[in-house]
Ligand binder design. Structure first.
Ligand code: SF4
Length: 159
């Protein structure tokens, strides 16, 4: 049988999908403002835990049609430590932190289910606050709650 191609994905994008699942969302709809494929990839991952992923800190399959995708980097801006910074720099910072906690490198391949199991095993609540330390604490508290719940829900459904 031919092996399916892996979806190239940033670690934090995968965890955002699982976090939103933990917040109660069961499916995603297109984002009109950015036009990215978060909804499409999110629905694939929520519907199939055997889906194969390849981790990257660069632009991924979600970025494809996004208005901020300039080919090599994300041209968007975000706020970190109360300052406006390059979203590409920010994304690479948090994705490198996540890869280090997970004990993985860019290019690693694993299934969505394996990623979720690894996240449960390796990413503590303290780690979530360390990875997103430049973001407001009240937002990170919600992130930690929803991500923990999302991982549990995904494993209850598929493990
Ligand atoms: S290009 Fe930037 S804003 Fe668009 S999906 Fe990718 S990381 Fe997000």
């Amino acid at each position: 049988m031919k092996k399916r191609e892996a979806l190239l994905i940033k670690p934090h994008h995968f965890l955002d999908i699982i976090k939103l699942y933990g917040s109660g969302l069961e499916s995603f709809v297109p984002n009109v403002e950015y036009g990215h494929d978060f909804w499409k990839v999110g629905n694939e991952i929520l519907g199939d835990a055997t889906i194969w992923l390849e981790l990257t800190v660069g632009n991924d399959v979600i970025c494809g049609p996004c208005k901020c995708n300039d080919g090599l980097i994300c041209s968007g801006l975000t706020i970190a430590d109360s300052k406006e910074i390059s979203k590409d720099t920010w994304n690479k910072t948090i994705d490198e932190r996540l890869l280090s906690i997970l004990g993985l490198k860019g290019g690693a391949k694993l299934s969505a289910l394996e990623f979720c199991k690894l996240a449960k095993e390796k990413i503590s609540r303290e780690d979530i606050f360390a990875v997103w330390k430049e973001k407001p604490i009240e937002i990170t508290e919600k992130r930690a709650d929803f991500l923990t719940r999302g991982i549990e829900k995904y494993l209850e459904k598929y493990a």
